[in-house]
Design a protein around this ligand. Structure first.
Ligand code: DAH
Length: 420
């Protein structure tokens, strides 16, 4: 929980309500509050506005592609404030009350009503309300997650939406007729929304297919192969995901589908009761990492000139520059082992959060190396290996010993475990 909370006195009630100030706004703290100072500090660094960040470059590359090659005009939007209501992030997208992503174990809450967005889908409706019909939206999103070279609690997403009238789609029937088979395969046995005419749904999906194939080819090259499969998202029906074959492996890139009619902003249906929309979401880091050969997601946050300068000559229309790793500094490994209390619902994310607090950006990976049940004392024992490694300097044993003993102390206290 954020430690620097201020106390705010309400004159009427004469009782104090603990609050915290984030991005200049004051929020009441309650039992859901779990935003940490380490996460709060990320809210100020806007990587998408740093011109040489590979993420900003990727966003420019995407805009250029849509401007020059896509037949429809898209609005490009960057939404920098990641604070949303739980209603925007979940309820309005039909994400059920029992969905794990709602748990404070998976998401960061300022309080029970307000949170850090976990996906850019949270802003679709407000953009639709402005009357925009085709738009791309980027921003930073936040999730409590494991620690390894491809996961950070903050990353960036691109969201795309396109709203059609059935007539617009019917006018493309001849152009899209050859895609019907692929589309039927991609949606498999999924049931369509009752409001929708199956022919119109397939045309909308064909348009989505053409749009995403165009984007993939622009990013990964003309020869790139893409495969689609059916999946599930609460806010789309039918839903599909697409993978691209790159560097000898299939990479999951998009989640997409036909937005549920209930998710469309009411003003969209007021304008056209038969409107239908496709949407997709894509993680930017994952794509930028493979395009540029960036091996560790923490590098995106590095202000080290040896990282940022490598991308300064990148143009949006040329082959992505391959990152040349600067000397890798040696790792230092330390284990932490503990017995859980007899009745415990231990959540590894709690441990990861403490590690991030103590050593932001200094931990490359955390893995569970041993887990067993000690029958004599009837308690579970866990051992985690922490790999400390800086991207920018050699770490000293002294520093790591200090961090590790602080970690042990915090883990014992906060997780109420018995250290071994
Ligand atoms: N919001 C989803 C996520 O973060 C990604 C996504 C899936 C976005 C399907 C969409 C969509 O717009 O249609 O995992």
């Amino acid at each position: 929980m954020i430690s620097a909370c201020r106390r705010h006195f309400s004159l009427q009630a004469m009782k104090s309500i603990p609050t915290t100030t984030i991005l200049g706004h004051e929020y009441e703290i309650d039992s859901m509050t779990n935003i940490t100072p380490a996460i709060a500090s990320r809210l100020h660094c806007k990587l998408l506005s740093q011109p040489n960040s590979p993420l900003a470059l990727l966003w420019r590359r995407i805009q250029r592609h849509f401007d020059s090659r896509h037949p429809r005009v898209f609005d490009f939007l960057r939404h920098d404030d990641p604070i949303v209501t739980a209603k925007q992030n979940f309820d309005e997208l039909l994400i059920p009350a029992s969905h794990p992503s709602r748990s404070p174990n998976d998401s960061y809450y300022l309080n029970r009503k307000t949170m850090l967005r976990t996906h850019m889908t949270a802003h679709e409706r407000e953009v639709m309300a402005t009357g925009r019909k085709s738009f791309l939206l980027v921003g930073d999103v936040y999730r409590r997650d494991q620690i390894d070279c491809s996961h950070m609690p903050v990353f960036h997403q691109l969201e795309g939406v396109c709203i059609f009238s059935p007539d617009e789609l019917l006018s493309r029937e001849a152009e899209y007729s050859h895609l019907v088979g692929v589309i039927e395969k991609a949606i498999g046995s999924q049931v369509l929304q009752v409001e929708h005419d199956p022919k119109i749904v397939k045309l909308a999906l064909a348009d989505l297919y053409v749009t995403l194939h165009g984007l993939m080819k622009a990013l990964f090259g003309d020869a790139s192969r893409i495969r689609w499969q059916e999946t599930f998202f609460p806010f789309t029906q039918p839903s599909t995901e697409a993978e691209v074959f790159y560097d000898n492996r299939w990479l999951e890139v998009f989640g997409s589908g036909i937005l549920q009619q209930q998710v469309l902003h009411p003003s969209v249906l007021e304008r056209d009761p038969n409107a239908i929309a496709w949407a997709f979401g894509m993680g930017l880091e994952r794509v930028a990492m493979v395009l540029h050969g960036i091996s560790d997601i923490r590098l995106f946050w590095s202000q080290d000139d040896r990282f940022t300068s490598q991308f300064s000559s990148q143009k949006e229309d040329t082959v992505p520059i391959k990152f040349v790793p600067f000397s890798k500094y040696p790792p230092i490994c330390r284990d932490i082992s503990f017995y859980l209390p007899t009745t415990s619902d231990f959540q590894p994310n709690e441990l990861y959060e403490i590690i991030r607090e103590i050593a932001p950006d200094l931990v490359e990976a955390v893995t569970l190396t041993d887990e067993y049940h000690d029958v004599k004392i009837n308690r579970a024992s866990m051992c985690y290996r922490i790999v400390y490694r800086s991207m920018e300097r050699t770490l000293t044993d002294n520093l790591i010993n200090k961090l590790q003993s602080e970690l042990r102390e915090r883990v014992a206290r906060q997780l109420q475990v018995t250290l071994r």
